[in-house]
Write a protein that binds this ligand. Structure first.
Ligand code: NDP
Length: 256
């Protein structure tokens, strides 16, 4: 029996990078998965087809397992995010796991950010997370799991240009702790994974800023998305029943 057999999940921003790795890991452990994307339609459809093909050849899965859902939802629209939570719960009959992963990273000196920049970065990285959790709190039952993908930049900012991003991730950290208090009595956990430099389109290990980031770490190679996904699987599992309100730093020691 796999770790997450019979569980259902929604991952925001599942078409690429860390989100796609989380989608694959949850599915591999037996969960039925829905995920959102905004612009990477082809990658999203290919991932959903990959998961459904794996399901149909797996002896562990029933042939009648509900299809993977790839939902085009712009996280800038909080109502659409809430509808994605409702759609997932209706499609699978329940929602056990919510992973708030979708995020954007925009750099500028503080004085050059506009209020539109603020709306976009806070909208995708923080408001959408609140919107999803607010709706999930209404549909989840005992044993529910909410996992937020933050950043190690929420606690330490080693270089310029990151004020809005750090603010957005710090907001999610605060939300994690408050929601953990509210939902704990119902047996629902809320945690935040704080990755450091992770090799994705957002932050390629071969990119122009990679060397400086490696220099901050005790373990100098970038995280792989799968390492974040493994932690998400653990937090989603029954074994993590008593972990809530926690911040799990995966950053090769950069913030030590
Ligand atoms: P990528 O840019 O590689 O992927 C981002 C994902 O989020 C894509 O699936 C993208 O979908 C989705 N997304 C972006 N904007 C929106 C939107 N408006 N609505 C819906 N989905 C959206 O990023 P990573 O995988 O690297 O990052 C994932 C998370 O991890 C983010 O929250 C990021 O802040 C965090 N993080 C990343 C680190 C890193 O070094 N990579 C370090 C610390 C934290 P689509 O392509 O369809 O638009």
């Amino acid at each position: 029996m796999s770790l997450l057999s019979g569980k259902t999940a929604l991952v925001t921003g599942g078409s690429r990078g860390i989100g796609a790795a989380i989608v694959r890991h949850l599915a591999r452990e037996g969960a039925s998965v829905a995920f959102t994307y905004s612009s990477s339609g082809a990658a999203a459809q290919a991932l959903a087809a990959e998961l459904d093909a794996a399901k149909s050849t797996s002896t562990a899965s029933s042939q009648s397992a509900p299809a993977t859902l790839a939902l085009q939802v712009d996280s800038l629209d909080p109502v659409a995010v809430q509808e994605a939570v409702s759609t997932t719960a209706a499609h699978f009959g329940k929602l056990d796991i919510l992973v708030n992963n979708a995020g954007i990273f925009e750099l500028k000196p503080t004085g050059e950010f506009t209020l539109d920049d603020y709306e976009r970065q806070m909208g995708v990285n923080a408001r959408a997370v609140f919107a999803a959790i607010q709706r999930a709190a209404q549909v989840m039952t005992e044993g529910g799991r909410i996992i937020n993908i933050g950043s190690n930049l929420a606690e330490k900012v080693p270089s310029p240009g990151m004020s809005l991003y750090a603010m957005s991730k710090a907001a999610v950290w605060g939300l994690t702790k408050g929601a953990a208090r509210d939902l704990g009595p119902r047996g629902i956990t809320v945690n935040i994974i704080q990755p450091g430099s992770t090799d994705t389109d957002m932050n390629p290990a071969s990119g122009p800023h990679a060397e400086g980031q490696r220099g901050l770490r005790a373990i100098d190679s970038f995280n792989k998305p799968e390492e974040i996904a493994s932690m998400a699987v653990y937090l989603a599992s029954d074994a993590a029943r008593s972990i809530t309100g926690a911040s799990l730093l995966i950053d090769g020691g950069a913030n030590v």
